[in-house]
Design a protein around this ligand. Structure first.
Ligand code: ZN
Ligand code: ZN
Ligand code: FE
Length: 762
């Protein structure tokens, strides 16, 4: 049977740029005998294909079946167009990109070094031997070098490097692994390393710079390394003085550091590694994975004090691979910043901001377009849960079930991210940080500009938190006024629940359990132990934790014993039982009693995060903290490995969860010397029972567990198991952090619900 040639225009959308998609199409077309062309456009990969119908059908099927690794196809729009016959090129070609039209294409995250590139950098015969900026279409920087779309070299920070003849040949050869690999480079034409002293004077260049940086680490010095998405600070992980020195200089006394270990075999000597954890470590996302330590003596204790876990990553750029090979031992690899600030991306800025922290600077001349920190994941309930979403993950979108108007969300105050919706996709930025320093606020503003600049879509609505004083609220208001668009303020815990619903594409009704440290409530008090019934377009706070006063307000957060005191005041008034364990002096106590009775700086809170702090203080685990969640983490760790069914009385008064009987139970246990681990385990069990109690009362099948408290593995896994046993369907945050890093996504969904509802009312 004879077929007349037909012609189709195919638009392939998804993560299809920067992954070798066009060469793949080129090879496939040649194989099947298709004429036409392929090109990148701002909307995705555009193909015109001409052949007989059966070939076209095979072509379409094979695109989906054989797509390159790291690509993902969201949809292929096929449109029949008139055949061109012999008027067209008799072969298939790759055409210049067109940058016209609206931006909707997906930007790929940075990818860890692929096995082929790894082999080249360690092969003395290869022209890229020891070259730290080797990459190809399967690996290397993407998001951290893109300045605008479409993803072509002139639109990246590589634009000033002119390719040598050899690189140019590879770049133009459709059969080469580096065909249109935008950041491709070699020792002749690409970026170079150099080692700077604290004054910015060049000490060494190229491989010599790397060797001398390794020597500095070996001598116990702090090396600032310009990596893929920003600076890291490196020290010898076996050297306690070096680790302690880094802690002092960074003003970071306790918060755990991550370590980089050269190979998976070496990781297994230090930590327990499950199959899933190994997959995550060796993936091209290459995140920091929180692992359980096997041998606590192998690396020095101060890396993660009083912590049974260790954040571990493998080398993910050629630079890291070469450095780790040169060293032969694990290093602490922590963000190049002062605690809480965004990471530095520019070497001159690093000299200033890391002055007094780093001893030498291993830098290079490939500019970084935006800070992209190392991501952090933890396997919980058998699933990958992203706790800090940046390198390897951002800015891949979360796909929703229905299209949204263009909404920009400014996120929360801590662990800030920003987000933008286009169609059915929500692009959530990389982790930005706590908006408490001018540097963080500047990065936040860059993040908002980035969303608008990259995707070039005018926002119809701006969303932000309900808190009147957050910087993110103020700046969102300015943005809304500038655009003359509506500003929708979203309650924090509602946003937590909606973020998790969005990730799982859940529809109402849902019972949302939003447990965290702090969020501004609709009644002006500090919420954080909330049960929200989620309806079609709104929510109702059906149950919450019994409120208590935070004596000294924000200051109490750094001193858990003050939180414990507030709890005891609420329970007993000022006639307290024996609280000598909290270590207050009599005069301190008098002041705090006065603050409580006169309600001076003593706001009400229903926060579960603060309840954790209070119980940790009562157990004497920690009276002062240096980072958010520290006391709660120690309460989780103290009962690690303890299995007990014991719980305190989960008491409810009306729709209020009453912690009173539980605290009395804990005090009674402490008085008779019950083991702290036992008490901490029973405390976790009580919280789980509280969740099940409310679920049974509300009779909603879908339960969403969201908020920073669910980064606690014991609490999360316990809740999931008990809810499932009781016939409910629990959902928890996986792709997007359950902490405030997920708030921007939730704000977008809330704004959409409100916007749709408003337009229905008009
Ligand atoms: Zn590669
Ligand atoms: Zn070259
Ligand atoms: Fe929160």
């Amino acid at each position: 049977m004879e077929y007349t040639p037909e012609r189709q225009r195919l638009l392939v959308q998804g993560a299809v740029q920067g992954v070798g998609f066009r060469p793949f199409i080129y090879r496939l077309a040649a194989e099947i005998g298709i004429r036409g062309w392929v090109s990148n456009s701002a909307q995705g990969v555009l193909i015109e294909a001409e052949a007989a119908r059966p070939q076209l059908d095979t072509f379409l099927a094979q695109i989906e079946a054989q797509k390159p690794p790291h690509s993902s196809i969201q949809r292929i729009v096929v449109e029949p167009i008139p055949a061109m016959g012999t008027m067209d090129n008799p072969t298939f070609e790759i055409r210049e990109s067109s940058s016209a039209g609206s931006r909707s294409t997906i930007i790929l995250p940075d990818l860890g070094t692929c096995p082929d590139c790894l082999r080249e950098i360690f092969d003395p015969a290869d022209r890229r031997h020891r070259y730290p900026f080797t990459n190809c279409t399967h690996c290397g920087p993407r998001y951290s070098i893109i300045e605008r779309l479409p993803y072509d070299r002139p639109n990246t920070t590589m634009h000033s490097f002119i390719m040598c003849d050899l690189c140019q040949t590879e770049y133009q050869d459709p059969l080469d692994r580096r065909f249109h690999a935008q950041p491709t480079a070699c020792p002749t034409c690409g970026p170079q390393l150099s080692l700077w002293d604290v004054a910015g004077r060049e000490i060494a260049v190229r491989h010599d710079a790397l060797v001398r940086a390794a020597a500095a680490i070996r001598q116990g010095k702090v090396v600032a390394l310009k990596g893929m998405g920003g600076f890291q600070l490196l020290v010898d992980a076996r050297n306690p003085q070096a680790v302690l020195q880094l802690r002092e200089r960074k003003h970071r006394p306790h918060k755990p550091f991550a370590v980089m270990i050269a190979t998976i075999a070496q990781v297994k000597a230090v930590c327990e590694v499950s199959v899933m954890e190994e997959q995550l470590l060796t993936s091209s996302e290459a995140p920091i994975v929180l692992l359980q330590r096997r041998d606590r003596d192998l690396l020095c204790a101060d890396i993660a004090p009083r912590n049974p876990n260790l954040g571990v990553m493998l080398p993910y750029t050629p630079l890291h691979h070469l450095l780790m090979a040169e060293l032969g031992f694990p290093v602490v690899a922590t963000s190049g910043n002062l605690s809480g600030e965004p990471i530095c991306i520019d070497e001159h800025e690093a000299l200033r901001r890391l002055n007094g922290i780093a001893d030498v600077f291993l830098v290079h001349d490939r500019p970084i377009a935006r800070p992209v920190d190392d991501s952090v994941v933890r396997v919980m309930a058998g699933t990958e849960c992203v706790l800090r979403r940046a390198r390897g993950y951002a800015p891949l979108p979360i796909e929703l079930s229905d299209p949204l108007p263009v909404i920009i969300a400014s996120g929360a105050h801590l662990k800030n991210t920003v987000a933008m919706s286009i169609g059915r996709q929500v692009f959530v930025s990389q982790h930005i940080g706590d908006l408490e320093t001018p540097e963080a606020v500047a990065t936040f503003q860059d993040g908002l500009k980035d969303l608008q600049g990259l995707y070039e879509q005018p926002a119809e609505v701006i969303a932000c938190d309900l808190h009147p004083d957050y910087r993110s609220t103020h700046l969102a208001r300015e943005l809304a006024e500038g655009f003359q668009k509506p500003l929708i303020q979203v309650q924090h815990h509602y946003a937590h629940v909606l973020a998790c619903m969005a990730e799982h594409q859940l529809d109402a009704p849902v019972l949302g359990v939003a447990w965290d440290g702090t969020g501004y409530g609709t009644d002006g008090t500090i919420w954080g132990g909330e049960f929200l019934n989620i309806h079609e377009s709104s929510f109702e706070r059906c149950t919450h934790l019994r409120p208590f006063r935070l004596i000294s307000g924000e200051h109490a957060i750094r001193e858990p014993r003050r939180i414990a005191l507030g709890l005891l005041f609420e329970l007993y008034g000022i006639q307290l039982p024996d609280i000598s364990r909290l270590g207050f002096s009599l005069s301190e106590l008098d002041l705090l009693k006065a603050a409580f009775t006169k309600r001076i700086n003593a706001p009400l809170t229903s926060s579960i995060g603060r309840l954790f702090d209070a119980v940790a203080a009562l157990l004497g685990l920690r009276q002062q903290v240096s980072f958010e969640g520290q006391a709660a983490m120690e309460l989780e760790f103290v009962c690690e490995g303890i299995t007990t069914d014991r719980s305190y009385h989960p008491n409810m008064v009306g729709n209020i969860l009453n912690w009173g009987p539980m605290i009395e139970g804990i005090l009674a246990d402490l008085a008779v010397g019950v083991d702290h681990a036992e008490i901490a385990a029973a405390f976790h069990n009580t919280l789980v029972e509280m969740i099940v109690r409310v679920a049974v009362q509300q009779q909603v099948e879908q339960i969403v567990l969201s908020g920073g408290c669910f980064q606690n593995k014991r609490l999360l896994e316990g809740s999931i198991t008990r809810l499932q046993k009781a016939g409910f369907r629990p959902f928890w945050s996986q792709k997007i952090p359950s902490n405030d890093g997920g708030i921007a996504l939730g704000q977008i969904v809330a704004a959409q619900r409100e916007y749709v509802w408003r337009s229905k009312c008009v």
